[in-house]
Design a protein around this ligand. Structure first.
Ligand code: AMP
Length: 277
C-alpha cells in the first residue's frame, strides 16, 4: 500500500512505522520511466521506499519554468503505487519552508560554478538546500539520483561527504527512449518537430563517445549539433569522470546543454579515452 502524505507531521508519523532502512527518491513530479527506474532500484534494496514530489521554487531562476512546470499528482501517485513505493511525500511550499525563504542555504563551491552552474545562477544552491532538508525530513539511509543530472549527482555526493551526512548516495544510469532521447519531464514541452531536433543531443553524445581521443570526441559531437538548426547549444564539454580535468586516458564524461525552442535540455554519457588514439 502506498500512503500519500502532505505535511511534516504526517510524514513523521508514517516514518515512525518504517521497518528498517529508509530509501528516498526525490522528484519534482511529472513522473516517467526514469523516475520509475530509481524507485525500482530502491525497492530492490530497502524495506521502506519514500518518493518525494516537490517543485522546489528555490532552484528555479526568475525567467525559468517554475510556474509552468507540469504538476500531475494523480498520475504520479499511480506510478508510485505501480512501483510499490511505501510512502509519497508531496508537501506544499510551507511544509518544506515553514519559516519562509531560508536565510542559511548550501554553497555548492567551485564544482557548482561550471557547466549548469554557469548558466543557471543559484540553481545548485537551491537544489542542495532542498535535498539536504528532504534527507533530514525523510530520515533516509540511502538516496537515489539519476546520472541524467550528472552535475547534480556529483554535487550531492560532495555535500554528503563534506558535511558528514549519514546517507549513502547512489547514482542510477540514464533511462532513454528507444531512439536515444533521455527521458525528462521537460520533454512534454516539445512539439513533434522539436522532439526530432532534440534527438541531435543524444546522437552527438553517442557518436562522440565512439571516439577515443578528446579532439575527435568533441569534433564529431560538435558537428552533429551544428548540423541541426533547431538546436542552440549552451555548452558541449568533455571532462573527467568526476567533472574534473580531462584525463590522458581512462573514464571521462561528455556533457551537453542546449535549447530547443524555449525548452532547455541536458544530457551526458560516459566514455573511455585512450592514449595515442
Ligand atoms: P526531476 O524530477 O527531474 O527533478 O528528477 C528526479 C530524479 O530523477 C533525479 O535524480 C533525476 O536525475 C532522475 N531522473 C530524471 N530523468 C531521468 C532519466 N531519464 N533517467 C534516470 N534518472 C532520471
Amino acid at each position: 500500500m502506498t500512503n500519500l502524505v502532505h505535511t511534516r507531521a504526517e510524514l513523521a508519523a508514517a516514518l515512525d512505522a518504517a521497518p528498517g532502512e529508509i530509501a528516498v527518491v526525490m522528484t519534482m513530479g511529472a513522473l516517467h520511466e526514469g523516475h520509475r527506474r530509481l524507485m525500482r532500484v530502491a525497492r530492490e534494496r530497502s524495506p521502506f521506499v519514500v518518493v518525494t514530489i516537490f517543485v522546489n521554487p528555490l532552484q528555479f531562476g526568475p525567467n525559468e519554468d517554475y510556474e509552468k512546470y507540469p504538476r500531475t499528482l494523480d498520475e504520479d501517485l499511480a506510478a508510485c503505487r505501480a512501483e510499490g513505493a511505501d510512502l509519497v511525500f508531496a508537501p506544499g511550499r510551507g511544509d518544506v519552508y515553514p519559516h519562509g525563504q531560508p536565510s542559511i542555504t548550501m554553497h555548492p563551491g567551485p564544482l557548482g560554478e561550471i557547466l549548469e552552474g554557469a548558466s543557471r545562477p543559484g540553481h545548485f544552491s537551491g537544489m542542495l538546500t532542498v535535498v539536504e532538508k528532504l534527507l533530514m525530513l525523510t530520515r533516509a539511509g540511502v538516496a537515489y539520483f539519476g546520472e541524467k543530472d550528472f552535475q547534480q549527482l556529483a554535487l550531492i555526493r560532495r555535500m554528503a561527504r563534506d558535511l558528514e551526512l549519514p546517507v549513502e548516495i547512489v547514482g542510477v544510469p540514464t533511462v532513454r527512449e528507444g531512439d536515444g532521447l533521455a527521458l525528462s519531464s521537460r520533454n512534454r514541452y516539445l512539439s513533434p518537430d522539436q522532439r526530432r531536433s532534440a534527438l541531435a543531443l543524444s546522437r552527438a553524445l553517442r557518436e562522440g563517445a565512439t571516439r577515443r581521443d578528446p579532439a575527435s570526441v568533441l569534433t564529431v559531437a560538435r558537428k552533429i549539433l551544428a548540423d541541426e538548426p533547431g538546436v542552440r547549444v549552451d555548452y558541449l564539454e568533455l571532462t573527467g569522470p568526476d567533472l574534473g580535468p580531462v584525463p590522458a586516458e581512462g573514464p571521462a564524461r561528455l556533457l551537453v546543454a542546449a535549447r530547443v525552442g524555449t525548452t532547455r535540455l541536458i544530457d551526458n554519457v560516459p566514455l573511455t579515452l585512450e592514449k595515442n588514439a
